[in-house]
Design a protein around this ligand. Structure first.
Ligand code: NAG
Ligand code: NAG
Ligand code: NAG
Ligand code: NAG
Ligand code: NAG
Ligand code: NAG
Ligand code: NAG
Length: 799
């Protein structure tokens, strides 16, 4: 045990410490002197039975045990709630993250959230979460720390955007709900994160200097309407889908740390959205005891070391013994502590985790030790293999999340090239091995590696590969099958210096693989792909008139080479996960017809896009890091539409090897003269006032495959609220429906959309409710945010 604690301490110091450097903040920044009251759980929305069990459990706990239920402790997982042997409670294990079961062996690396969103395929997104969730369960982890609904993608260069889904809240909301259901159906708790406004990594936490000066974390200053219509929207969907926990984020919101922000936690999350589960702090994101507990934080992590002392096992915490004192002296009501435990235990009973839950994989500490170059001094224990046949869904989703951006003269699918050129440092197997090795904290780790394909980003959301199929190895296998040869150069510096002496004869087709590393802990600094990408593409294209570019990236890139006439085709393959090479070969040779659509906008110029990350080079005041979200709702395509800027490739765009058409669009009302606002007397359910989700409109269209190949497309529905009866700052149009449809050549299908009250309302900051504007609402359908084929209008409420 001593050795295990040493490893944990080592791990914490080396991996998490500089993420925080945090300690108590003596200052209080709350601008609200009248915070919302504590919001208690009721078990409403399906957890009534679990509530009865949770209450019975609480009745048997003494005060020390109650406190231990809400305070992280030592253990084999990244987050641990200690067992209570007296009651046969075996504890709770929480593990990273949204893309893979991190810091473990014999697990799968799934496509990133961004890739999943680019598929626009509800079912595949669900299947991804179901498979990932089953790996958590089989490893003995009760809580998978995902899905990610924030960052949403305010900053195109945000370091963690790839862990989440899309810069559009509707698409992200659908993906959150599908992922929550997938996790729960696998018997594992979801932890929807990061709540909220964690849009940048730079100064996401406070920093303490040697002299003790404490520079506070960045404050995301978000107005009420923007919060509701953008950043909160996906979390509302997650809560409606029953998400069992929510992780509060590192940053401050309106000057108050997210994990001690009563407006956010008691007021918006628990009261307005009716959230029944528990709020857990991001690791080291707790900055107070009494204040946080009363503000709505239900569990602190990692707990035993979440104050200044940074050695594991010391038991120091803002909760722990401090919380016991606080309950005894009356500053935290016992009813509040009971509710914290109730919220933690309801999901546990709801998902049946009290029965037949697998034990924690005993290899956990051995893998951790290996990752940090430590040794346990005892023979290694091999890991439990939990991968099953998940490679299949990974391969499929990797291809489905690949977006075909350009395809001149039907260059793709490849016909039968006999001489294939593969170029770029993203093509081959990584020379450093199968795991991104961190040199310390996320911030200080080497920013990406040179030679080797990139299928997943860095930080807590990454994973250790047990298998990784690189593009070069998959293309070589394919070439062998079809009797072709493969030539390659995988050194970008050689390519950037235009040295092609090793290539003869010039290949029939040259495929360039580019990558963009993105990681928790820091934001990206370049729009272009990494490693001299532009010089690499231009040189290959000069050499080879038939050039195809494939990007593996954690977010938005500019593509200065996109219009190069020798660049015949472009594929944005995002982070596809461990089957990367197989997924791209499926697309290149046409075994899979591309159907991915951009879940963000690619701009022509960097300057068209940027909402810069707040980055202060010299800070003198402790409170200087302020991020004012003054653009309001105008992020991503909403910004391009409002400023009338033509992007290179717009939100929702993506080509296919076949063609599609839309016809017969119609939109109609389901309810005559509905009230303008939801009925305030309705009991709140998880997700908020249930009226918000009642259907008000229906729309339909017919989609046809007009080409000669089978394929899928995504029919997208956008609405435009009447600009003269909504407040200023309302986007020109917003996504409010999509459907992925598979069609054989010549086949047609009807597509139906249902729009709810929330879909056609805006957040009225004065009335503090969603309101349907008076006048004509335009509804359009199409194949992207700018390729609209059918348009109609409907007046829900006349003027
Ligand atoms: C609560 O029960 C635990 C056994 O689980 C015991 O060790 C502890 O002393 C008890 N605490 C109180 C305050 O009774
Ligand atoms: C943050 O401040 C803005 C501006 O005063 C206000 O509109 C919004 O409601 C506040 N949000 C929270 C969660 O305090
Ligand atoms: C209680 O919290 C304070 C910080 O407010 C910390 O210094 C102290 O170590 C904590 N005590 C325990 C027993 O965890
Ligand atoms: C109660 O205990 C907590 C935790 O030690 C402490 O922060 C707080 O100041 C105490 N309050 C009173 C009224 O004694
Ligand atoms: C591509 O197709 C266009 C139109 O069919 C033709 O004019 C052009 O020469 C073709 N380019 C190449 C490189 O084949
Ligand atoms: C922030 O500024 C520092 C120092 O000027 C720089 O090194 C860093 O790359 C910047 N970060 C971002 C995300 O721009
Ligand atoms: C880019 O290429 C130049 C020389 O062509 C080289 O000095 C530099 O190290 C390269 N940078 C990267 C990131 O590969």
């Amino acid at each position: 045990m001593v050795l295990l604690s040493n490893v944990i301490a080592f791990f914490i110091r080396n991996h998490l410490l500089t993420v925080v450097e945090g300690r108590a903040s003596s200052q209080s920044h709350s601008i609200n002197n009248n915070p919302p009251a504590i919001s208690y759980s009721t078990g409403t929305g399906g957890w009534e039975h679990a509530l009865v069990k949770a209450n019975a459990f609480i009745a048997r706990l003494n005060l020390t045990e109650k406190v231990s239920m809400v305070t992280g402790d030592n253990g084999p997982c990244i987050g641990n709630i200690a067992p209570i042997e007296r009651l046969g409670f075996s504890g709770i294990c929480m593990s990273d993250g949204p893309t893979a079961f991190n810091r473990a062996d014999l697990v799968s690396i799934f496509p990133a959230g961004l890739t999943a969103a680019a598929s626009w395929d509800r079912d595949l997104i669900y299947q991804r979460a179901l498979a990932l969730g089953s790996e958590f369960r089989a490893k003995g982890s009760h809580v998978g720390l995902g899905p990610v609904g924030g960052p949403l993608g305010r900053h195109p260069l945000g370091g963690r955007n790839w862990e989440g889904f899309s810069a559009d809240p509707y698409l992200t909301g659908v993906a959150m709900a599908s992922s929550v259901r997938g996790f729960h159906d696998a018997g594992v708790q979801s932890c929807s994160k990061h709540f909220i406004g964690n849009e940048q990594e730079t100064q996401r936490s406070n920093t303490v200097f040697a002299d003790g000066t404490n520079i506070e974390a960045v404050s995301s200053n978000i107005d009420d309407r923007t919060l509701h219509e953008l950043y909160l929207w996906p979390f509302a969907d997650a809560v409606k889908a029953g998400t069992t926990s929510i992780m509060c984020s590192y940053n401050r919101v309106n000057q108050t740390y997210a994990c001690e922000n009563s407006e956010l936690l008691n007021g918006i999350l628990k009261k307005e959205l009716g959230f029944q589960g528990y709020v857990v702090s991001d690791w080291f994101a707790t900055h107070s005891g009494v204040k946080s507990a009363n503000a709505g934080l239900d569990m602190t992590m990692p707990g035993t070391i979440d104050v200044e002392s940074l050695s594991a096992g010391t038991g120091l915490s803002y909760f722990g013994a401090n919380l016991t004192t606080a309950v005894n002296n009356g500053s935290v009501p016992m009813t509040r502590l009971d509710d914290m435990v109730r919220r933690i235990m309801m999901p546990y009973y709801f998902l049946g985790q009290d029965k037949n839950f697998p034990t924690t994989d005993p290899s956990a500490m051995h893998v951790l030790a290996a990752q940090y170059g430590a040794s346990l001094g005892v023979p290694e224990i091999p890991a439990r293999d939990v991968r099953k046949d998940h490679a299949k869904i990974i391969r499929k989703l990797g291809a489905a999340g690949t977006v075909l951006l350009k395809n001149l003269n039907s260059t793709l699918p490849l016909k039968s090239p006999k001489n294939i050129g593969v170029f770029g440092n993203d093509a081959p197997d990584p020379t450093d091995g199968l795991t991104i090795i961190s040199d310390g904290s996320f911030e200080s780790e080497t920013y990406g590696y040179d030679i080797g394909t990139l299928d997943v980003g860095g930080g807590s959301g990454t994973g250790r590969h047990s298998s990784l199929i690189s593009p070069l190895s998959a293309i070589k296998s394919k070439a062998q099958e079809i009797g072709a040869r493969v030539q390659y150069i995988t050194s970008n510096s050689r390519l950037a210096s235009n040295d092609f002496r090793s290539i003869f004869p010039t290949p029939d087709v040259c495929i360039v693989f580019l990558k963009t590393f993105a990681s928790e802990g820091r934001d990206r600094t370049s729009f272009e792909n990494d490693w001299n990408s532009t010089a690499v593409v231009n040189n290959v294209a000069r050499k080879c008139p038939n050039t195809i570019v494939v990007t593996h990236s954690g977010g938005v890139n500019t593509m200065p080479w996109a219009k190069n006439p020798n660049v015949k085709a472009i594929l944005a393959a995002h982070y596809p996960g461990q089957e990367s090479g197989n997924s791209i070969v499926d697309i290149l040779w046409g075994d899979v017809n591309p159907s991915g659509k951009l879940p963000y906008t690619i701009s022509e110029h960097e300057s068209d896009y940027d909402i810069p990350v707040t980055n202060l080079s010299s800070v003198t005041a402790v409170d200087e890091w302020q991020a004012d979200f003054t653009e309001g709702l105008m992020i991503d395509y909403r910004h391009f539409d409002s400023k009338n800027i033509t992007p290179l490739y717009e939100f929702g765009y993506g080509l296919s090897y076949t063609t599609f058409s839309l016809s017969s669009f119609s939109v109609s009302k389901l309810v005559k003269n509905p009230p303008a606002i939801p009925d305030a007397s309705k009991a709140i359910l998880p997700g908020g006032n249930p009226d918000l989700y009642s259907p008000l409109l229906t729309a339909s269209t017919k989609v046809s495959n007009t080409g000669s190949l089978a394929g899928s497309t995504v029919v997208q529905l956008y609405i435009s609220l009447p600009q003269d009866s909504v407040p200023a700052g309302t986007p020109l149009r917003v996504l409010r429906g999509f459907e992925k449809v598979a069609l054989k050549p010549g086949e047609s299908k009807d597509v139906k959309f249902t729009l709810t009250r929330r879909d056609v309302s805006y957040w009225d900051v004065i009335a503090q409710t969603w309101r349907i504007p008076r006048g004509e609402i335009k509804v359009s359908v199409g194949f992207s945010s700018r390729d609209l084929k059918g348009e109609g209008s409907v007046t829900v409420l006349s003027k």
